[in-house]
Design a binder for this molecule. Structure first.
Ligand code: AHR
Length: 380
């Protein structure tokens, strides 16, 4: 199943059942065009409120009918006359975008887990825009999905749309990132990494590295993730707290790289122009920005991993390969594999069961302190 890359590209709306192979599941996936759905929604704006509700319900019923029909016909072709079981859960998920290998791996994991759990997934890609996420959540409410999940690009600005979800009686799960609100009970739980701990692990690695090199002064530049996002705030806070008691450490500058490779390169160019060889350490909030920064460091005549200590976060395969080359010193893991917990939690919510309010996956540190050839393939 492919996710919708922009507002006019196809959006997936698939159903799958337990026990089927991926191939069989792919055969019964129904694909609905975003533009058609949007045209339908735009059309609705011109009719009166009562008609609007009934059109929405018809649209949803139509989609479910097509999904089930294709499921019956195609799985019948593939596996004899076996009838499919009814889809148990309709989950609307608003993804931030496709800014990093991490994000793409996270989307793929959620799609695969939805298929494995027999969950029908309405997946929307917001292309890095909060307003697109808010619009997607409103569409999920209009379609009366059973559960809404989303990864909020930034922490503030969700109260209104989440109050709408609450009034509609639809439980909301936060995936990956948190929100900031004064209103109680807008969301049921958060499934995502402990970003503060990741920042602490990065800072603790730096202290060990400075000890091992007997450094007396350590000048740090920080390339941060998207401003006002949870990982940006917490990775910064954890790192700063970890190095706060160490008088050798000076942060020369923190600069916003938005979790994007090209911005990582731009930020690094600006930092090199200002500080040049004063820079001892680059602490970058994700692999994508690190991978953008490395060629800039090399173009400026420095050897990353030797002349400058490079610390990254995520642990995607490309960064691990660069760690193996010795051009990155440390990568703190942030796993994108949140899909299984998401499906388990959504199914519990549908059944009205209690769920854990905070679920953090276990994460580790990969660094030049270990033999990097032993690191297993990362899968993202
Ligand atoms: O929220 C998780 C962060 O978002 C990942 O570190 C980053 O790569 C992604 O874009």
């Amino acid at each position: 199943m492919k996710m919708c890359e922009n507002s006019e590209s196809p959006r997936s709306f698939g159903a799958a059942r337990h026990g089927q192979s991926r191939g069989a599941r792919a055969r019964i996936s129904a694909r609905i065009c975003c533009a058609c759905i949007r045209a339908r929604i735009n059309g609705r704006a011109r009719i009166n409120a009562r008609a609007r509700i009934s059109v929405r319900m018809s649209a949803r019923a139509l989609i479910l009918a097509i999904t089930l029909f294709l499921g019956v016909v195609l799985s019948g072709c593939a596996k004899g006359a076996e009838a499919p079981s009814e889809t148990s859960l309709l989950l609307g998920f608003s993804q931030i975008g496709s800014e990093s290998a991490w994000r793409i791996g996270n989307t793929r994991d959620i799609e695969e887990q939805a298929a494995d759990f027999g969950v029908s997934l309405m997946l929307e890609n917001a292309n890095q825009k909060q307003e697109n996420q808010i619009a997607a959540i409103r569409r999920f409410i209009a379609y009366k999905v059973d559960v809404i999940a989303f990864s909020p690009i930034v922490e503030e600005g969700w109260d209104n749309v989440l109050l709408e979800a609450k009034s509609a009686g639809i439980p909301v799960i936060l995936v990956d990132r948190d929100i900031s609100t004064q209103i109680e009970g807008l969301t049921t739980c958060l499934i995502g990494a402990d970003f503060y701990k990741e920042g602490v692990m990065a800072g603790e690695y730096l202290i060990r590295k400075a000890d091992s090199l007997s450094l007396e002064h350590v000048n740090i530049v920080e390339i941060t993730g998207t401003e006002n996002s949870t990982p940006m705030r917490q990775r910064q806070a954890g790192f700063m707290d970890a190095i706060a008691g160490d008088e050798r450490m000076t942060v020369l500058e923190s600069i916003d790289g938005d979790f994007i490779k090209s911005r990582g390169a731009e930020c690094m160019r600006a930092l090199l122009a200002t500080y040049g060889d004063q820079i001892d350490v680059v602490y970058s909030h994700n692999d994508e920005m690190t991978l953008g920064a490395l060629p800039e460091i090399e173009k400026a005549g420095f050897a990353p991993g030797k002349d400058m200590i490079i610390i990254s976060i995520d642990g995607g395969q490309e960064a691990i390969d660069v760690l193996k080359e010795g051009r990155i010193n440390c990568v703190v893991e942030c796993t994108p594999k949140l899909g299984k917990k998401l499906m388990e939690t959504a199914l519990k919510l549908k059944e009205g069961e209690k769920v854990d309010t905070l679920i953090h996956p276990e994460e580790q540190v990969f660094s030049d302190e270990q033999d990097p050839s032993q690191i297993a393939p990362r899968g993202y």
